[in-house]
Design a protein around this ligand. Structure first.
Ligand SMILES: *Cc1c(COP(=O)(O)O)cnc(C)c1O
Length: 301
């Protein structure tokens, strides 16, 4: 089975600012298994197949992009999928999609959710064959995930062979930090990397440092654009999403990519990134979340 998808588009955006700005359109990697969640799954699926594990077990929240992508990947690459979902049973577009792909959804209490292990799995799934299970953590971050996201950097290097690395900044939204840590490893000391934290609390720097190669220090996390915390938003952020889409045909969603782009645009406007730099913003996908966001908040994009 071939787990390689075509390289994602690199899109140049002309701005009236003293920067070269590119978007790495990982949102276009696959119609259903999008963005960084595909990158993070790829080597895990290869490992699962190689080890003859046919059941992917994972966990996530109600609107999880990781649940969505795992369900879709299971369907496409022929795995059974089981998703533990935190909290009371709910019905929304993300979970309906996952169920349609064949994912077996199990709603569980917050305390069970926190420590899903072979005992809890057994409790919920009496006759599952444990030897066939491949477990993926929440958000999909593990060693194999980092290997997948590290590949973004060399892919861009092939697409932009004349890149001046000393003037280049790779940027991405940071949730668990897995995607960004993989990118740091992939850059292997070349260029600079800027992570925009989408969670509040200034702890992501530590998380990323634990995940990435600790001999590398050409990266930093900006904590100024989380908008109050995970999935927090204001009408201004929604207006920004509409503006970017109208001006550059790049669709964004409010949890991750809008915060990345808003941060980058403001940092460029304030010249807080070195003038003349080439900025490569990684669009990590997640656009499925817009449907749930509309369902939940009545906001149209
Ligand atoms: C999950 C996700 C992220 C965060 O990735 P981490 O590896 O957890 O830091 C960023 N963008 C989108 C669209 C995501 O779905």
């Amino acid at each position: 089975m071939n787990f390689n998808l075509s390289d994602s588009l690199i899109q140049k955006i002309e701005l009236d600012l003293p920067y070269q700005f590119y978007v790495k359109r990982d949102d276009l990697l696959h119609p259903l298994i999008s963005g960084n969640k595909w990158r993070k799954l790829k080597h895990n699926l290869m490992a699962a197949k190689a080890d003859d594990r046919s059941i992917l077990v994972t966990k996530g929240g109600n609107y999880s992009n990781h649940i969505y992508a795992t369900a879709a990947a299971g369907k496409v690459f022929n795995f059974e999928t089981i998703g533990f979902i935190r909290g009371e049973k709910v019905d929304n577009a993300t979970l309906r999609f996952a169920a349609e792909q064949g994912m077996h959804l199990i709603f569980c209490s917050r305390s069970d959710f926190r420590n899903i292990n072979s005992d809890t799995i057994q409790m919920y799934l009496k006759d599952v064959d444990f030897s066939k299970i491949y477990f993926l953590p929440e958000g999909g971050t593990n060693e194999s995930a980092l290997q997948g996201t590290s590949e973004i950097i060399d892919e861009v290097a092939r697409q932009l062979p004349n890149l001046d690395w000393s003037q280049t900044v790779f940027a991405a939204a940071v949730g668990t930090g897995g995607t960004f840590a993989g990118m740091i490893n992939g850059a292997a000391g070349r260029g600079n990397l800027l992570g925009i934290a989408v969670l509040k609390g200034n702890f992501l720097e530590k998380e990323v440092a634990l995940l990435c190669d600790n001999t590398l220090n050409n990266w930093k996390i900006n904590n100024d654009y989380h908008w109050g915390g995970y999935a927090k938003w204001t009408p201004e952020l929604i207006a920004f999403i509409r503006e970017v889409e109208a001006a550059y045909q790049v669709p964004l969603e409010p949890v991750y990519t809008a915060k990345l782009f808003y941060g980058l645009f403001e940092l460029m406007q304030k010249r807080l990134i070195k003038e003349g730099s080439t900025i490569i913003a990684v669009h990590t996908g997640g656009l499925q979340g817009r449907i749930g966001f509309t369902e939940q908040h009545g906001v149209q994009f």
